[in-house]
Design a protein around this ligand. Structure first.
Ligand SMILES: Cc1cc2nc3c(=O)[nH]c(=O)nc-3n(C[C@H](O)[C@H](O)[C@H](O)COP(=O)(O)O)c2cc1C
Length: 174
């Protein structure tokens, strides 16, 4: 059931070694490509990274990216800034769909935020990533999704994760 999948999805940051199967990568990539987008423009491109050296490079993109070094796969999500002014929203849906597809097939993943983050004092994390991967200038790196076989077990989300006070009826109520 869909709600069960939503509860099962947790950020997984520890992975066991070994490659993913091609059909697993296919399922995950399909989830990305099947995402909805504003005016159906699909202003995205994806780079699938499996090379250990490149994974290590990406893991140094910014704080909170270390787990990429041990991932079997990193999916770099690029937004085409010239095709759409809402590429951020579109690419965020892609990232969310990837996380859910990964969970559905028993793998683990973590969203690593790149957009609006810095590699160092002055270098943008997106520029750091793009330099290595040959990304043309009009693209922004939205996020990198680290994917692997989970080596940690996270409890599913439950009742305590749902803050019903954030849900208003008809009008905003304090
Ligand atoms: C937009 C966004 C950016 C995130 N960026 C990072 C990140 O850079 N590094 C990281 O370890 N986790 C990142 N996360 C994962 C969140 O920390 C995580 O989703 C949150 O703590 C809730 O935990 P859960 O995913 O296990 O339910 C990000 C999640 C989202 C939605």
């Amino acid at each position: 059931m869909f709600t069960e999948l939503l509860k099962k999805r947790r950020s997984v940051r520890k992975y066991s070694s070994g490659p993913l199967a091609e059909d697993q990568i296919r399922i995950i990539t399909e989830a990305a490509l099947l995402s909805p987008s504003s005016r159906n423009i699909r202003p995205w491109e994806f780079i699938l990274v499996r090379d250990p050296d490149t994974l290590r490079y990406l893991s140094r993109a910014k704080e909170g990216a270390k787990m990429i070094a041990d991932a079997a796969l990193a999916i770099v999500i690029l937004g085409d800034t010239e095709k759409s002014d809402v590429w951020v929203e579109d690419c965020s849906i892609v990232a969310s769909n990837i996380l859910l597809a990964v969970t559905d097939i028993g793998l683990g993943a973590c969203w690593v935020q790149i957009r609006n983050r810095f590699h160092s004092g002055t270098e943008r994390a997106g520029d750091y990533v793009s330099a290595r991967l040959g990304v043309p200038e009009r693209f922004e790196v939205e996020a990198v999704i680290a994917v692997g076989r989970p080596e940690e077990k996270r409890p599913p989300l439950g009742e305590s994760d749902m803050d019903w006070s954030k849900v208003h009826q008809e009008r905003f109520s304090a």
